[in-house]
Structure formats: structure tokens, C-alpha cells
Ligand binder design. Structure first.
Ligand code: RIB
Length: 303
């Protein structure tokens, strides 16, 4: 059965600056390339779920500008319903400035714009109530995320939280309405207060610290090291698919959108969902950009 997924989140025009390495403070450095691509964690996750075959609707906002038109068109081209995307004429569409190093590693600066101007009044309750799964990230205001997750839980809709960037606390109010939380290693460190290392004992402690905030499932994505899953008392380290990374931008988002598409409502196939998500993100890092790099269902199935 086709899964109905709603993504509440950000829409950004990504300005990608390719550089040999991160510049030092005070240094002037020549970029090797500059490109623009559609992105934003919300948009990336929505497109990832759609390319895996889900029915996806988006709740978010753009400015009344060319980037807003670009982001709307990108969602529509990928089959994502934009009826609940509002246009806010007072602020620009969100944007990101991605410092992409030769190694494929990235550092991202964002300007929230319309994403940060989203309000609870912009939530279309019926869109959430009719979904199977709701996904959100931390690039829109926290009160909007909490309100949306409460609507979801009141309607037995599964909730997936990507606490990225890790700018808000994991309050018990939010954790009570969250089914799965998916931080990357940097976010897990900031949220748990424990230095994350690729070591089972450490990852156990970090997971325990996050679960102690009131959520039952945590998946820490570890880039080239795979992901560490905590599901109640069960723990396992999902090993990575070895690929040569060209650009890691959007790989975590691809993982989340794919996981949301595959996961059952009772979480019984979490292991399988993580495996599919790992394949999708492994494919994504071999290609440039966020949305342009996201694989289709067939590409994941034949990997
Ligand atoms: O996760 C990658 C995304 O983070 C980029 O597309 C950028 O827009 C920021 O939201």
C-alpha cells in the first residue's frame, strides 16, 4: 500500500561553494566552483520519500521571489503536493551556503527566511490527520513542530524527528510526541552532551542519554561509519555501504526520507528500513548536490 507522508520543514536554495579545504580565519581562498541547487532539509526529505514511491505532502513556506518559485517547482516536479506551502511576501525564501570540500565533506550556513517565519496558523491539520507519517526537522520554529506533532499523535500518525541543526532542546513535551529521533553524530553530541566516537560503548551511552529524554527510538547517522540504532532495549550498529563520497550534502535527508517510506506503522521492520535508507544515502553521496543526488526506488532496489 502506498504510504502517505507529510513533511513539515524547510525549503532552501542551496548556494554550493566548492573549495579545496576549509579556509583559515583571515585567509582568502579561491573557490573551484559555485553552483545553485534546490535543497533544505525538509525539501530533501520530501523528495527522498517521493522518489521511493510515497505520496508526499509538504507543509512549509517560501518567499514571494524567484527562489520560492524554484522550490515550489522542484517539489511539484518530484510529485510532492504543495497545497500546504504558503507564500510569505515579507521575507525571502530560505537559503543555504554550503562549503563543500574536495573530500565531499560539507559545512552549511543557513538563512531561515520564510522557513523561520512559519507559524502554527500555517499548519493544515487535515493534511497531518490523514497521513501515515509526519517528518520534521529543526529548520522551522519549535512551537510549530510541537503543535504539528501533537496533531499527529492525536490522529495516530507516526512521527519522525530530525533534530537538525541541533538548535532546540529535546523537551519532554516534544519527546512525548516523537516516535523516532534521527540526529547525525554532531547533533547527537550537542543533544547528549557526550563526545561521539565510533565506539559501541560510547554510542550506547549517547543513545541512552537521548532516550532518557522520553523517546523510544533513536538512530544516530554516522556518515561513512553507518548508523547506530537504539530501539527500546535493543541496540545495533548498521554497517555502511562502502562508496566513494563526492558530496555528502543531503545524504542524511535521503536516509530519513527513505526510512519514512519503508518503516511500518508498528516499527516492526526497523532493521530493513535502516538497510534501505543506508543504501539510498550511499548512492546520494556519490552524486553532487542535495535534491539532484537523491536516488529512485529502482536505483535502491538494484544497488
Ligand atoms: O541537509 C542538507 C541541507 O541542509 C541543505 O540542502 C541545506 O539547504 C540545509 O538545509
Amino acid at each position: 500500500m502506498t504510504k502517505n507522508i507529510v513533511v513539515l520543514g524547510s525549503l532552501n536554495a542551496d548556494n554550493i561553494m566548492k573549495m579545496p579545504r576549509m579556509p583559515l580565519v583571515g585567509e582568502t581562498m579561491a573557490l573551484t566552483d559555485v553552483t545553485t541547487a534546490p535543497g533544505g532539509k525538509g525539501a530533501n526529505q520530501a523528495v527522498a520519500a517521493a522518489r521511493q514511491g510515497a505520496n508526499v505532502s509538504f507543509i512549509g513556506a517560501v518567499g514571494n521571489d524567484s527562489n520560492g518559485q524554484f522550490m515550489r517547482a522542484t517539489l511539484l516536479t518530484n510529485g510532492v503536493n504543495v497545497d500546504a506551502v504558503t507564500t510569505n511576501g515579507d521575507v525571502p525564501t530560505g537559503s543555504a551556503y554550503i562549503m563543500l570540500q574536495e573530500s565531499g565533506a560539507n559545512t552549511i550556513l543557513i538563512h531561515g527566511g520564510a522557513n523561520q517565519a512559519l507559524t502554527i496558523a500555517d499548519i493544515d491539520e487535515s493534511v497531518i490527520a490523514n497521513a501515515d507519517t509526519l517528518i520534521a526537522q529543526f529548520e522551522v520554529p519549535l512551537d510549530v513542530i510541537i503543535a504539528a506533532f501533537k496533531i499527529a499523535k492525536a490522529n495516530h500518525v507516526q512521527t519522525i524527528l530530525n533534530p537538525a541543526p541541533a538548535v532546540y532542546q529535546l523537551t519532554s513535551e516534544l519527546m512525548q510526541v516523537t516516535d523516532i529521533i534521527l540526529p547525525n553524530e554532531t547533533e547527537a553530541q550537542l543533544l547528549s552532551g557526550i563526545t561521539v566516537k565510533n565506539d559501541e560503548a560510547v554510542l550506547n551511552r549517547v543513545s541512552n542519554a537521548i532516550l532518557s529524554k522520553g523517546v523510544s527510538r533513536c538512530i544516530i547517522t554516522l556518515g561513512a561509519a553507518g548508523s547506530f540504532v537504539a530501539d527500546g532495549d535493543k541496540r545495533w550498529w548498521a554497517k555502511p555501504n562502502k562508496v566513494k563520497a563526492l558530496d555528502t550534502t543531503g545524504a542524511g535527508d535521503t536516509f530519513i526520507g527513505t526510512l519514512a517510506r519503508v518503516i511500518e506503522s508498528d516499527f516492526s521492520n526497523l532493521d530493513e528500513a535502516v538497510k534501505q535508507a543506508s543504501i539510498a544515502s550511499a548512492i546520494a553521496v556519490t552524486r553532487a548536490g542535495a535534491i539532484p543526488s537523491i536516488p529512485t526506488y529502482d536505483e535502491v532496489a538494484t544497488f
